[in-house]
Design a protein around this ligand. Sequence first.
Ligand code: COA
Length: 268
Amino acid sequence: MIMSENVQAPSKYENLAVKQDDSVLYVTLNRPDTRNALDGKTLRELDQVFTAVEMDEEIRVIVIQSTGGKSFAAGADIKQLHERTALEALIPGMQGLYSKIENCPKVTIAAITGYALGGGCELAMACDIRMATKSAKFGLPELNLGIIPGAGGTQRLARMVGKGRALDMIITGKLIDGEEAERIGLVTYFVEKESLQEEIEKVISNILKKGPVALQLAKLAVHKGYDLDMGTALWLEKLSQAVVFGTEDKKEGTLAFLEKRNANFIHK
Ligand code: COA
């Protein structure tokens, strides 16, 4: 195992609770009094987590969740936002962090209960899989504050649910629940609150049966290919496939099928 730093040292974080369970890292947003508003410290701590996991071969799935039940994350911290200048809005900030999360070589799952507003909704959209309960409420209400969604919201939402629905949600600032979010493609799994953890574990157990290099490259081909023209994107897919064809895991995965047994992938 290559480990750049201890990602879950208990003393490391104030606004996050980070717990590793074998190959799964649970990252819990932990500022319930502010409805998990994403202040600078929380964003810096998330950045630390995602930097540390990049080189950690043991961790294969990251679940982002929240405490308090009322809110996944209520967006950027509006107190801090009030003070931010035009030049400060130019730094990578939250948008840069969410690109890092989208580009993370691990599979990311957002488990959403309660409000996922503004930067909270954008954080969920930067993850690969979104699982939400009925209590989830998604929205991009930034225009109420005289600003626009600036952490990928205008782009990821339109790509996920189509331009018309994205414009409607952004312009009106309306909130939609978990069920509607699933209907329009904003979330991938709509589950009962009581069975959320069980459903997360089912999805994870399925993911962990896959070849790790294949997972990483499949994710890259979808995320990066999505914004390219078809011909270039198909080449990206072909080159990614050529890389996995060169791995031990490809030999093992295909052989395991032929020998009617489970594959034992070694991430090589
Ligand atoms: N930034 C900073 N503080 C926030 C916050 C945010 N994004 N969202 C909530 N809070 C704080 C509130 O100011 C309040 O603090 P206080 O107890 O010191 O007064 C506390 O969290 C609880 O919020 P409250 O509004 O009383 O809770 P609620 O359950 O009635 O409503 C929300 C929850 C999320 C619907 C509501 O807080 C809200 O609309 N928040 C802003 C959402 C937003 O516009 N996000 C986009 C930001 S770019």
